[in-house]
Design a protein around this ligand. Structure first.
Ligand code: GLA
Length: 403
């Protein structure tokens, strides 16, 4: 297989910064979540798909425990010893790699260093999980270098990367992003049970497509508000336990129970809980509707999810609401909602197959007019999760990909 244009640029980057050749290319995608927002850290259900945008690490192993990685887009280096617990204070991105290395070492992987080049085309800071993609691509590079690519199952690998992000980078995310980046499948969404980590492939039907609108609006509130929402959910569980002692997370509560014990909750906490409980229910209904081919209903459930995130969970923003409105403004759009943590970033629309480009044009025009801001719009089929391609000698540049 001849390298594509992007891989060729990365191969050239390797040639500029290292002598000799790399041996492997690790690829890990970003994601978009169809439905199931802010449910993962409540032990609930999510339904993401992997994108055709990814982070790639082109590398070869080293004989020592050192990592030397050059980031093409940032034009900066990560340079650390595996096991070093001191975060990089001047740049953020190396910490994702370093944290994953630490976590894998703690899980007992006999670590080996590696060196190479990293490059990504997942829009950064846009709610499409560029960080999880970097973590998973790095994890694959570590495991390949250690010759232990099967040491962890996919869910274990996702858990390790999540832990690295929680503990080393200091971002309190759930497991959805790392999970789908590891285990995504072409042409499928994944229904993930974020408690048991069981998952089910849900075929993405031919009759519909996904259009993703990037608001390009700042997400400055995202971190603090995310943690506040998590705390409110935990508070809700603590209070509901007075009536429902067996529950450990909002996953264990249904809508009737929530209504019956509403008086135990302050009104804001009640609304946060109502979002999570109703969203879990919408995830299951979406899977059933997709399986039946009832795309209208899928669209309605996505619309309802957005309403719940906006009114009950309060994580939307003017830009996201305008983006969703712009998407719904085209008749090919069956439903639209914010995707990811919220407060900016992206919205996702389910559209009738064949209307993607028209919807994109409509969104560009209508959103730009409403917000005086030029959006980016991506059309992506559900794509594969992370993989590692070995490079072999041969081809015009002496390297081809076996994949
Ligand atoms: C971010 C987090 C995920 C998830 C979503 C909201 O993307 O990384 O774990 O909580 O927000 O659904």
């Amino acid at each position: 297989m001849q390298p594509d244009k992007r891989t060729q640029t990365i191969l050239d980057g390797f040639g500029t910064h290292f002598d000799g050749h790399a041996t492997h290319l690790a690829i890990a995608p970003g994601r978009v979540n169809l439905i199931g927002e802010h449910t993962d850290y409540n032990d609930g259900f999510v339904l993401p798909v992997a994108l055709d945008r990814d982070v790639r690490v082109l590398f070869r192993s080293r004989a020592d425990r050192h990592v030397k990685l050059y980031a093409l887009e940032f034009d900066t280096w990560a340079d650390f010893e595996i096991g070093n617990r001191k975060p990089n204070r001047s740049q953020l991105w190396p910490n994702y790699v370093q944290g994953v290395g630490l976590e894998l070492a703690e899980l007992g992987v006999q670590m080996q260093g590696f060196e190479g080049v990293v490059s990504g085309n997942v829009p950064r800071g846009s709610g499409l999980s560029s960080s999880a993609a970097l973590e998973i691509a790095a994890a694959k590079a570590f495991l390949t270098s250690a010759k232990q690519i099967h040491a962890l199952t996919g869910p274990q690998l996702a858990r390790a990367a999540q832990k690295a992000e929680n503990e080393f980078v200091g971002v309190n995310c759930g497991i959805m992003d790392q999970f789908i980046s590891t285990l995504g499948e072409e042409g499928h969404a994944l229904l993930i049970d974020c408690r048991s980590l069981d998952y089910q492939r849900v075929p993405f039907p031919d009759g519909v497509s996904l259009v993703i609108g990037n608001t390009k609006a700042s997400r400055s509130l995202a971190g603090s508000a995310y943690n506040e929402r998590r705390a409110q959910c935990e508070d809700g569980v603590r209070r509901l336990k007075a009536a429902l002692p067996e529950i450990t997370a909002l996953r264990d509560v249904n809508l009737e129970e929530l209504e019956a014990h509403r008086s135990l909750l302050p009104s804001t906490v009640y609304r946060r809980c109502r979002h999570v409980v109703s969203e879990n229910d919408r995830v299951h209904r979406t899977v059933e509707a997709l399986e039946r081919g009832d795309f209208r209903l899928v669209g309605q459930l996505m619309d309802a999810s957005h309403g719940s995130l906006r009114d009950d969970y309060e994580v939307s923003s003017d830009a996201l609401d305008k983006m969703v409105e712009a998407m719904r403004g085209h008749p090919g759009c069956l439903g639209a909602r914010l995707t990811g943590a919220g407060f900016g970033g992206c919205a996702v629309a389910l559209v009738q197959a064949g209307t993607e480009k028209e919807v994109r044009e409509k969104v560009q025009e209508a959103y730009a007019k409403a917000m005086n801001l030029w959006p980016e719009v991506y059309i992506s089929p559900p794509s594969s999760g992370a993989r590692v391609l070995p490079l072999v000698s041969g081809g015009s540049d002496g390297r081809t990909l076996r994949g």
